[in-house]
Design a protein around this ligand. Sequence first.
Ligand code: IFM
Length: 441
Amino acid sequence: MSNSSLFIWGAATASYQIEGAVTEAGRTQSIWDTFSHTPGKIERAETGDIACDHYHRYKEDVQLLRNLGANGYRFSISWSRVIPSGRGKLSQQGFDFYERLIDELLQNEIQPFVTLFHWDLPQPLQDIGGFTNRDIAGWFTDYAVITANKLADRVRYWIMLNEPSVFAWAGHAEGFHAPGVKDLKAFWATTHHLNLAQGAAIRALRNVDSHLLLGTTLNLQRSLPADDSEESAEMSARHDDFWNGSFLGPLLSGSYPERIEQEIAPFLKPEDLDLTKQAIDFLGINHYQRSYIEADSSRILGLRNVSPPKNVRRTSFDWEINPNEFRDTLLWVHSNYQCPPIYITENGAYFEDQVEDDGQIHDKARIDFLDSYVHAMLEARSKGVDIRGYFVWSLIDNFEWAAGYRPRFGIVRVDFDSLKRTPKDSYHWYREFIEKNRHLS
Ligand code: IFM
């Protein structure tokens, strides 16, 4: 395992979004299989059944990384593939796939960054409450330890959770993501149990191998009120608390933001905050946009996210383009928390791609976006933020959750009929950028 201190330039993906092969080699159903097969939940009724067929084409995808000059790849493990019933017996066949993938990466000098939970909870665990059940802390810890025992000889970087705020909010309050729950109590229970599961797993993994580098990934986006009303100002502050503070606080400071202590109280046991607060080796930060918040008493949390104002530049997802905000978010987390080294574990954009007659994709908008965001990150770095790596989202176009395959975030196009991969201009731009900045340390 290389111990390089070079800056990591990489790309990221997640299991359900790219793997396909959902019934192969003993894999069972995750909440995303259930959800995507439920009528009305996903645009055009699309599912991850085949996705990018990465399960069978992983060698080709690793070659894309290699030709890019990437020295890091962030991907996630499908819990349902490696422990089909969620708890108990592991599936060696399931682990075989990840062992093959990791070996292929290492042979190509690409450092694997493994995410343990990128939202695809095994359905059997959801059937007994999923993250609303406090026992999830033990189930997740067992899964983490089993997985680390299998892969720790080859994997150094371990990310516990991906964007717990999105999983709690979209999956348990607004209900447009799996498991599709819309319940305030479930939302707060899930928030706390995510923190608990993460803390318990980190503590246990320290005993598996003291050389592992352990972290987690938060999607940091600061909030601002969408109008001048007092209510929206209050709701914007509340949004900031649950989106950022309720995950940064328990992990880095051992406390919840004051304004939400009352909501968490019913689920909190006296020793919990000692467990949620863990020394981590790195913090993964995903960044896409900031949140414009409006008070809305008809919504479960009393607020809603609205589109950015008219004059604001935006991606095809209606997400604000604002690299300075990215820089400022990094400076903000650096000065407000005792922060370990940071990896930008996701950043990227969906823009409508045009395929030219010769099959090429001249995605200038994505290049401009990435160029400005990478420079914003380097500016934050030059101002003292300890940033060690950057992963573009995403290596390949993939299944964008409730929106299906329409929003394309890849620097490589995937034709979802033939599954052919075609590097876009942004891929070539990133390759040249990496080449020039390879020796950043
Ligand atoms: O596709 C998602 C990813 O799974 C988590 N972060 C944001 C991406 C774009 O929406």
